[in-house]
Write a protein that binds this ligand. Structure first.
Ligand code: NAD
Length: 435
């Protein structure tokens, strides 16, 4: 049922209607869940999803086509091609930080590739979970697409079932649980995980612009972004210069009291709030540092002179805190990065493109962005995914379609010209061996 192009297009168009007609509900649900500012919700949960949807609708008939490949002498009269087969039933498990985007973008590719899908949104972003459970299924064919609301216990049981593909976005620790469960059925997985994304700032850069771009990327969604710059590596002189520029950018974006800004989000839950607040004890609070447990508010905070052994450097921050770790030079920054698990993103700022290229060349990460933060995620033409501890597999644009397609190698032979085949049949004479 899910195989014909027309069916896939109809379901994708229905997803487009869901985004359009439920736009206001999405903005309200994400505001209730984590005080997500309307612009941030609109940009990430709606606009980026629509981009993916349009890209897929514009290219799907082309992507679905058999890909004809090179042949050898013996197969000249045959047809050799790659068929893009659906896997079957796909399970998508999503986290809470971009609670629509992170199931919808994989869902677009899973539908485009002709699969049936079970969607498991996060139970932590509960208002969005409710919206998805109640409304999404009204748009999609219920024979083939289902939403399961589940906490840890129910998801554990859900994972006992045999799926044909599992697409998981979340933390590396839960990623291991997912992969273990998938291994029982030899189910292929994509794991979109997290980690600490370093941001190297060289001594030669436009400090004001660096500050504006880093502050935007770090404090977007109150720091609850998997590709947010997690910490800055720079010289002690650059730390000095950067601090007033960071303060200026924070004030420009959120005013003198960010707590009153409609453009600054809250931490999603009490447990997460306590975890992030505990990281404030690292280094010296140079900017911000205020918290309010009732509101789950943590001010945009910059920590100076943070040591690698401090709590803020032991785990992904996933909150509005930016530690600065001082290094002597670029080589030391690169050594620092390479001594740790491979991150989802690396950022490098410099007016000297050789410096940016050196960081790119001598490190490894899921993605990379020179002289900005987060922006590489906006291109559907770039693969998005981690490496090592930050994940396995890639998606966005055609990469999502390919992720959810089994590339079936096919050879359709011509029944005639049997003489061409006789050299491979027994008896294997000396002549056939070329002796
Ligand atoms: P999480 O791993 O706690 O939860 C993700 C999903 O897994 C949720 O749907 C949850 O219900 C489920 N889950 C949790 N524990 C489980 C268990 N024991 N067994 C089965 N399922 C379980 O992650 P989170 O707190 O929702 O999200 C934050 C993490 O996700 C961060 O590490 C962040 O970097 C990462 N993340 C990665 C990306 C990416 O694209 N790579 C995007 C967003 C978030």
């Amino acid at each position: 049922k899910t195989r014909p192009l027309e069916y896939r297009v109809a379901q994708l168009e229905a997803l487009g209607r869901f985004l359009e007609e439920k736009k206001q509900d999405i903005l309200e649900a994400t505001a209730l869940d984590m005080g997500k500012p309307s612009f941030e919700a609109y940009f990430t949960e709606i606009l980026l999803c629509k981009n993916e949807l349009n890209d897929t609708l514009n290219n799907l008939s082309h992507w679905m086509k058999d890909e004809h490949v090179d042949k050898n002498l013996v197969t000249q009269l045959d047809s050799a091609f790659i068929r893009k087969d659906p896997y079957g039933v796909v399970l998508i498990i999503a986290p809470w930080n971009y609670p629509i985007h992170l199931f919808l973008v994989p869902l677009i590719g899973a539908i485009a590739a002709g699969n049936c899908v079970v969607i498991k949104p996060s139970e932590i972003s509960k208002n969005t979970e409710k919206l998805v459970a109640e409304m999404l299924t009204c748009y999609l064919d219920s024979d083939c697409f289902a939403v399961v609301t589940a906490g840890v216990e129910e998801t554990t049981r859900l994972l006992e079932n045999k799926f044909d593909y599992i697409f998981f976005t979340g933390s590396p620790s839960v990623g291991r649980i997912i992969m273990t469960a998938a291994a029982k059925h030899l189910t292929p997985v994509t794991l979109e995980l997290g980690g600490k994304n370093p941001c190297y700032v060289s001594d030669t850069c436009d400090v004001q612009n660096v500050a504006r771009r880093v502050v935007w990327g770090r404090f977007f969604n109150a720091g609850q972004t998997c590709i947010a710059p997690d910490y800055v590596l720079c010289s002690v002189e650059m730390q000095e210069k950067l601090m007033p520029a960071l303060r200026e950018a924070i004030t420009e974006y959120f005013g003198s009291n960010p707590r009153e800004s409609p453009d600054f989000a809250r931490i999603v839950g009490d447990k997460q709030f306590k975890r992030v607040r505990a990281l404030l004890s690292s280094g010296r609070v140079a900017i911000g540092g205020q918290t309010d447990e009732k509101e789950r508010y943590i001010a945009p905070t910059v920590l100076a002179d943070v040591q690698p052994s401090d709590p803020a450097m032991q785990e992904e921050i996933f909150g509005p805190i930016l530690p600065i770790v001082v290094v002597a030079n670029m080589d030391e920054a690169i050594d620092f990065i390479n001594a740790r698990p491979r991150p989802l993103a690396i950022y490098a700022f410099s007016c000297d493109s050789k410096v940016v290229n050196q960081v790119l060349e001598r490190t490894s990460s899921g993605g990379f962005c020179g002289n900005d933060t987060l922006m590489h995620v906006t291109l559907t033409s770039l693969p998005f995914g981690g490496i090592g501890n930050s994940g396995l597999g890639k998606y966005h644009g055609k990469f999502t379609f390919d992720t959810f397609s089994h590339h079936r190698g096919c050879l359709h032979r011509n029944m005639g010209l049997e003489a061409i085949n006789s050299p491979r049949y027994p008896p294997y004479t000396q002549q056939k061996l070329g002796l």
